[in-house]
Write a new protein. Structure first.
Length: 368
């Protein structure tokens, strides 16, 4: 029942179902338009991420790193860098859900700032998630939809990551160094055997994403592994996201059969730059996952869509699911004004969006 309730209250899924149902009155969906490789890849990714979450790998890393932090700047750097790295492998959602409560517990204990560090953790998770094909679900769609090779994907993501980290490092320079007591490491142990097995399966999954093997096999292995470790892991999977993907594939299949809508969308993505801005702007109002699926069906400017969809995750609260989780997690664990946090978080998010939009435009124009 908990799983069904979580699915039912997912706002993005609710909107997806609504527009999908409306589209069914205009056309009949075609099975060929549903990208099953993307669906199986996302399902495998979500399963593996939940296994890692169950094994508390990220919790242990966070405690180990924070045990060496002796001032506020170093603590911010460690948490943000860990968010970037965790976002690469575990995705931005699990990263913010794990690291933000850990940081806020420390911040409340020693009366440390909360707004900027939590915002940086969320931004770091988004930046890291953009780096890998599985960090963001829409990256999986791009790889599948356009048959992007690993080399080509990292040719796009590495420059974006490097420039983003440089900008973030400049922000760190303005964080004051306030001495804090070093943190005691919590007695959390990693179960090494299942962690190693999960990592091997993750590598297997990597080959499936890039079609070196049929993705159905990594999916089956991941599900079997989750059931073997603890069947309750399967209850934690974000099934709403899978249904959102499915709904949008059906919706887009329908609107592709309506000439007036097709012409309208084509008019918005007629060039690389227009595709880039269309992806960023649409992400602000419908989140970057469904935005990528929508724009991706009408354009062949893949790098522009990659940059636009990942940069579009900044800005508004619905730019990405991770943004909404940052707000929700802070409301649950923060001890400063929720209104003050939202206002300052929003200002920093849109500042980041503007800066990264300029960065992405430069990467496109100069082919970096």
């Amino acid at each position: 029942m908990t799983v069904l309730k979580n699915i039912a209250k997912d706002r993005i899924l609710q909107i997806t179902v609504l527009i999908t149902v409306v589209s069914l009155f205009f056309a009949k969906p075609r099975l060929a338009d549903i990208n099953f490789h993307t669906l199986w890849s996302v399902a495998a990714m979500l399963t593996l991420i939940q296994i890692y979450a169950y094994l508390h790998v990220l919790d242990v890393l966070a405690y180990k790193l924070t045990s060496i932090a002796d001032n506020t700047r170093k603590l911010n750097i460690l948490f943000t860098v860990l968010a970037v790295i965790a976002g690469m492998f575990l995705g931005n959602d699990i990263t913010v859900l794990t690291l933000i409560p850990l940081y806020l517990n420390i911040a409340k204990r020693y009366k440390l700032p909360q707004i900027l560090p939590v915002t940086l953790i969320g931004m770091g998770a988004n930046i890291g998630a953009a780096f890998t094909p599985w960090g963001n679900p829409h990256n999986i769609f791009l790889v599948s939809r356009y048959n992007v090779s690993p080399i080509k994907f990292f040719e796009w993501s590495v420059p974006y990551l490097v420039v983003s980290l440089i900008i973030m490092w400049l922000v760190f320079l303005f964080i004051p160094k306030k001495d804090i007591p070093t943190q005691k490491t919590e007695p959390i142990r990693i179960s090494w055997r299942p962690t190693i097995i999960t990592t091997v399966v993750f590598i297997f999954f990597f080959f499936g994403v890039f079609r070196a093997i049929d993705i159905i096999w990594p999916l089956i292995v991941a599900i079997v592994l989750a059931l073997a470790i603890n069947p309750r892991i399967m209850l934690k999977i974000d099934y709403a996201l899978l249904l959102t993907f499915t709904g949008f594939f059906i919706f887009i299949s329908d609107i592709q059969q309506i000439p007036a809508i097709v012409n309208l969308i084509h008019g918005m993505v007629y060039s690389e730059i227009s595709t880039y801005f269309a992806s960023i702007l649409s992400s602000q109002v419908m989140s970057n996952v469904p935005s990528t699926i929508l724009v991706g069906k009408f354009t062949n400017y893949v790098q522009a869509l990659f940059l636009g969809s990942n940069i579009g995750g900044f800005g508004s609260a619905i730019g990405s699911m991770a943004n909404m989780l940052v707000l929700k997690t802070f409301n649950q664990h923060g001890s400063v004004s929720k209104k003050k946090f939202f206002i300052q978080w929003t200002i920093m998010q849109f500042a980041g969006l503007i800066i990264l939009t300029i960065v992405g435009l430069g990467l496109l124009i100069f082919r970096i």
